[in-house]
Design a binder for this molecule. Structure first.
Ligand code: GDP
Ligand code: IMO
Ligand code: MG
Length: 422
């Protein structure tokens, strides 16, 4: 039994939900440790197709406890909507809990996200407008309201009043309408009625599972390239998707982590603004977008597509301490005659680098590619490594080499079963 972090190795949307759903078949607990409903984690299994935003991707296994952890930011309306959608498909959510220390995303956070993005004029971040940045900003400013506060109305009033006053100052500055305290407090009481039975103290829950040797999965949101510290700042999210943050956001000591699986799409995609060195603007990019159905799971925006970026993966592998790679969407590459892999970045003065530099420098780099032969044979029905086309194996082996981390899984379809285990 062990603790395994599953995190995104690129710009998000690598297939984390798909991998967690697969592994959760034998997990006792799944914890989302950061982020909020900016996540769109797609799971395809015998219950149907789901785009999970806050609910951990282990929800489909009734024996798995699913916790929305302390490091997250939770929009109660969006969570309630998601619970209804999952239950409508016949999935029980009795096994879903929320840490009382998780932050709430309030209606004013969403409003502010939109207003702040509009004010950014040409230099937009391209956020999901889910209020994530403003909610984490309030957390940092020690103004946040937490899920557990719903259970203590007097305390909640004391916390909410100054938080709302502060938000209203900014909303009215941007020309928006101030929110009423009484209306918001009433909404909080409705959220309390709907969610109180799921709000728990994560310490005994997680500590006892850990001490009891249970199999715990820590589900990351987004990927390292949009990490608040290590990503392409300021075109990042407002939390840390890297595995180092996983134990903290989940409520585990750092040495609890036994394995870190980096989820790696077999090519690159990004939604939102910011540098993306291997981005394609030609027919190959269009091929990847259409064949890979690369449209955002949360906002529906077309994803920017590009060749595999081995520099970003090496950077992700180092910072996250990957112990294994879960490669996804290999099947999308079937039928391409040639594939490119970026091995280095070239700086304007000609110097080659093998790490991701700070954003202002990253904007100026050129990717250095090597070219690999593609394959025609479809891989979707392959379930064993030996049955993969030779060129697919060579391509995957090169990814393994660039990451310096062994392959653990290769996914060849969106469905739970379409997985090669190494
Ligand atoms: P996440 O945010 O990391 O969980 O990833 P998303 O769900 O946003 O995006 C991954 C997309 O790829 C989803 O539409 C998945 O259903 C799909 N997907 C995942 N793995 C595979 C795969 O191996 N092959 C194909 N064709 N689709 C996949
Ligand atoms: P999953 O978990 C892809 C991007 C946004 C924007 C930046 C900041 O499904 O991989 P935010 O709303 O977080 O303030 O936006 O991060 N972004 C994502 N891109 N997948 C996601 O989640 C994302 N969550 C946020 O497009 O560039
Ligand atoms: Mg996603």
């Amino acid at each position: 039994m062990s603790v395994t972090a599953i995190v995104g190795a690129q710009w998000g949307d690598e297939g984390k939900g798909r991998v967690v759903d697969y592994l959760a078949q034998s997990a006792d607990m799944v914890i989302r440790f950061q982020g909020g409903d900016n996540a769109g984690h797609t799971v395809v299994n015998h219950f149907g197709t789901f785009k999970l935003h806050l609910v951990p991707s282990g929800i489909f296994n009734p024996n798995t406890v699913n916790l929305i952890g302390t490091g997250t930011v939770v929009n109660p309306d969006s969570l309630l909507e998601e619970i209804s959608a999952v239950e409508a498909a016949g999935v029980s959510t009795e096994n879903l809990f929320i840490s009382n220390r998780a932050q709430m995303v309030m209606p004013y956070h969403r409003m502010l996200d939109g207003l702040q993005e509009s004010a950014r004029a040409e230099k937009k971040i391209g956020t999901t407008k889910r209020g994530i940045g403003p909610a984490y900003a309030d957390k940092g400013a020690r103004r946040g309201v937490r899920l557990g506060d719903l259970l203590h109305p007097d305390w909640l009033k004391m916390r909410l009043r100054p938080a709302l006053e502060n938000a209203n100052r900014e909303i009215t500055h941007f020309g928006g309408d101030a929110l009423s305290f009484d209306d918001l407090f009433d909404r909080c009481m409705a959220w309390r009625d709907a969610l109180a039975h799921r709000i728990v103290d994560a310490v005994p829950l997680v500590r006892d599972a850990y001490r009891g040797g249970k199999a715990i999965l820590l589900e990351g949101q987004l990927g390292v390239m949009r990490d608040l510290d290590w990503g392409i700042y300021p075109y990042v999210t407002s939390s840390n998707p890297t595995a180092s943050f996983a134990p903290s956001g989940a409520g585990l000591p750092p040495q609890a982590i036994d394995r870190v699986f980096g989820v790696v799409k077999a090519y690159s995609t990004a939604v939102g603004a910011g540098p993306f060195p291997t981005e394609l603007f030609d027919a190959s990019g269009e091929f990847l977008r259409e064949k890979g159905n690369e449209y955002g799971a949360t906002t529906g925006r077309p994803r920017r597509c590009g060749w595999f970026d081995g520099v970003a993966i090496g950077f992700a592998a180092y910072l996250n301490g990957f112990t294994g790679l879960a490669i996804t969407k290999l099947d999308v590459l079937d039928g391409l005659s040639e594939l490119k892999l970026c091995t280095h970045y070239r700086l304007p003065d000609g110097t080659l680098i093998d790490y991701v530099p700070d954003t202002s420098i990253l904007e100026t780099v050129e990717p250095v590619y090597e070219t690999w032969q593609g394959w025609d044979e479809p891989t979707t029905n392959v379930r064993h490594w030996d049955d993969l086309p030779e060129n697919a194996k060579k391509y995957l082996k090169r990814i393994e080499e660039l990451a310096g981390v062994p392959l653990a899984f290769v996914s060849v379809g969106a469905e739970r079963e379409a997985m090669i285990v190494l």
